[in-house]
Design a protein around this ligand. Structure first.
Ligand SMILES: Cc1cc2nc3c(=O)[nH]c(=O)nc-3n(C[C@H](O)[C@H](O)[C@H](O)COP(=O)(O)OP(=O)(O)OC[C@H]3O[C@@H](n4cnc5c(N)ncnc54)[C@H](O)[C@@H]3O)c2cc1C
Ligand SMILES: [Zn+2]
Length: 617
């Protein structure tokens, strides 16, 4: 008999978890390495599943590939670990009519960009070759969150072998894959690429998997498989623990059978006891050949975006002079001085106040809190910076929903300074998303969809700025990043401060082909020490000798330094004026008098230009 012949008219029982079972025995290291150092322990797990009633077991090779083993310094052992794994599983299966599947686990979790398809293909081919050369009875590709990844590796495997291939994907939520593809579409695509068995494993327990299977028809050619976790996990004293509930698991197995599943096993948290209970419940039952598919209730339709309170800055700056000013939330509690500054800048006539997100990776009062106060109480538009450093994918999405709810529709999407440079160098820098990903995510919110493609119920109406750092060795490379950011959906750019007239011209020349506008950064210097700090310690920024000399001459005289800083900034504004409509002033250390004065200067200059135009007419 072969596995596929058996599946034609039988339900086959799979095995349960390997990893979490070993973990519950106290193993807290690379599970696959045990094939070499403790083969008997692995043999005993296989034997326990066979004794429990498993018709199909899987090799202990879930993470036995170059990418995953190299995390343990075991990349040179790929060959030995895979070959031994098959030998151990075959030894356990001998004389038992048990099929041995060679397992290859997915690499990408939700971070699509973490591994290129080329890396994944290379990694997969090596493991595939080893498992095939040991003559497994079938392949089990399991725990794939990324549809693109599993389709890619399935195509490789299908070309290489005729043995049965089982493809199990892991769901994002009921009936939906991570990229928003409905489950039935995902499974059909796998079937079309030649998978013999298609189904689900891991991440979710019986409840979610059953609800998902209820929505999918029986595949035309392939069979259905399901390997749920025993439950959702909880954390107990730092360890992930799954619920037991063998009886519940066995009842669920009956329901899976009614939904057409023919290969039923268990994933994380399951034990030989789960498999035993399930095998007993399914004993003597034939697979179903017909089913009624549950039609999913229509998702709540996505309503159009609410009216924006302010026109998007990219529209304003494309047409005329526009001025935005950064005034960072205070590092200490109390916002009196901050609010005074915001009011003064509003009175001076700016288009938006930009608020950094814990700039230089040091905690400040939340920019959402102060930005919301500014926008709601003063009626001044707040532009909220969002870094990828402080929030994971959950936090970022919640943050965006919160901003939308508060009517804060102007955002700047940035990677963020690394926490290493801030007040808490040991703090985690999350970076679940890159700035490119964050821009795309916000634009996806504007389409009414979350990261996974799940409808948000409403469309957001964010206008998305991206950062431009021209203070780099190769400006052309920085411009390439801008092009990529535009492709992701950036509406306009805001630049780091520029300190030389020549640089302004270079930047203009290198960026004039871009399809979105730029706000050019100008930050007044406050003292010679400030100038020396910026010149010597901020990577990429080079102040000219003459600027440093002018600031040095002012010495410790605060008033003189203030005036010099202003004069230098005005020179830069003069240089930027005809090249760029957008000017972004950065207020140093809450010294808003400086940016108020520069705002007045810009308005005066603009009025003169306008008057001159009128005279010419
Ligand atoms: C207008 C503006 C506002 C900012 N506000 C904040 C803030 O509120 N909070 C905060 O923490 N930080 C802030 N920053 C700093 C910013 O997050 C970091 O400087 C970041 O490294 C550069 O901007 P980004 O996030 O868009 O980087 P990205 O373009 O996403 O670049 C990320 C990383 O890629 C690398 N890189 C980028 N360009 C190049 C290049 N040309 N060549 C080689 N490598 C490159 C760098 O390592 C860089 O850090 C701001 C920067 C700007 C310009
Ligand atoms: Zn699992």
């Amino acid at each position: 008999m072969t596995l596929l012949n058996d599946l034609q008219n039988k339900i086959l029982i799979g095995d349960g978890a390997m990893g979490t079972l070993l973990y519950s025995h106290g193993v807290d290291r690379c599970f696959e390495e045990l094939n070499l150092s403790k083969p008997d322990e692995i043999l005993n797990v296989h034997k326990a599943y066979i004794a429990a009633g498993a018709d199909v077991i899987q090799t202990n090779t879930y993470g036995a590939n170059y990418i995953k083993l190299s995390r343990y310094g075991l990349e040179d052992e790929v060959r030995a670990i895979n070959r031994t794994a098959v030998q151990i599983a075959k030894k356990a299966a001998a004389g038992n009519d048990t099929y041995v599947l060679g397992t290859i686990g997915g690499i990408r979790a939700f971070k699509k960009n973490a591994y290129s398809l080329e890396d994944i293909k290379r990694n997969f081919r090596e493991q595939l070759y080893l498992l095939l050369s040991e003559e497994v009875d079938g392949l089990l590709l399991e725990t794939y969150y990324d549809l693109e990844e599993i389709k890619t590796v399935l195509e490789i495997a299908r070309k290489e072998t005729n043995i049965p291939i089982i493809t199990n994907i892991s769901l994002h939520e009921i009936g939906v894959l991570q990229d928003g593809t409905p489950l039935h579409e995902g499974l059909s695509q796998l079937e079309a690429l030649g998978a013999d068995v298609v189904g689900l494993n891991c991440r979710l327990g019986p409840y979610h998997m059953l609800s998902s299977l209820e929505e999918i028809p029986l595949p035309d050619k392939a069979y259905l498989s399901v390997y749920p976790n025993s439950s959702l996990p909880t954390l107990e004293e730092g360890r992930l623990v799954y619920g037991s509930g063998e009886k519940y698991f066995a009842e669920s197995a009956l329901a899976f059978r009614n939904q057409g599943a023919r290969l039923i096993g268990g994933c994380c948290g399951t034990t030989p006891l789960h498999i035993e209970a399930m095998a007993a419940a399914l004993k003597g039952l034939a697979p179903v050949t017909e089913k009624k598919v549950k039609i999913r209730k229509e998702e709540i339709s996505v309503t159009a975006a609410a009216e924006r309170k302010y026109p998007p800055l990219q529209e304003i700056v494309s047409e005329k002079r526009s001025l935005i000013v950064e005034l960072d939330p205070p590092k200490k509690l109390g916002i009196d001085k901050f609010l005074k500054g915001a009011k003064a800048l509003q009175a001076a006539g700016i288009d938006a106040l930009t608020l950094a997100d814990n700039s230089l990776a040091s905690p400040r009062i939340s920019n959402v809190a102060v930005g919301s106060i500014v926008q709601q109480t003063l009626g001044l538009r707040s532009l909220i910076h969002i870094t990828c450093r402080d929030r994971n994918l959950i936090g970022l999405q919640s943050h965006l929903m919160g901003l939308h709810t508060l009517g804060l529709t102007d955002v700047l999407a940035i990677t963020g300074d690394p926490s290493k440079i801030g007040d808490f160098p040991g703090a985690t820098s999350v970076y679940d998303l890159s700035s490119f990903d964050l821009i795309s995510l916000i634009k996806q919110f504007n389409d009414g969809l979350s990261y996974s493609g799940k409808p948000l119920g409403e469309k957001t109406n964010f206008s998305v700025a991206a950062a431009f750092n021209p203070n780099v060795k190769y400006l052309d490379k920085a411009v390439k990043r801008l092009e990529k950011k535009i492709a992701c959906g950036a509406d306009y750019f805001i630049s780091q401060p520029i300190y030389s007239e020549k640089q302004l011209i270079d930047v203009y020349e290198e960026t004039k082909h871009l399809t979105v506008p730029i706000y050019i950064g100008i930050m007044p210097l406050t003292s010679s020490r400030n100038a020396e700090f910026i010149h010597n310690e901020i990577p990429g920024i080079i102040l000219s000798d003459s600027i440093r000399e002018r600031m040095a001459k002012a010495g410790d005289n605060r008033e003189k330094a203030y005036q010099e800083g202003l004069a230098i900034a005005k020179r830069l504004i003069d240089a930027a004026f005809d090249l760029f409509n957008g000017i972004y002033l950065i207020t140093p250390f809450l010294n808003y008098e400086l940016t108020v004065e520069l705002t007045n200067y810009i308005h005066k200059k603009q009025t003169e230009v306008n008057e001159r135009k009128i005279t010419h007419v």
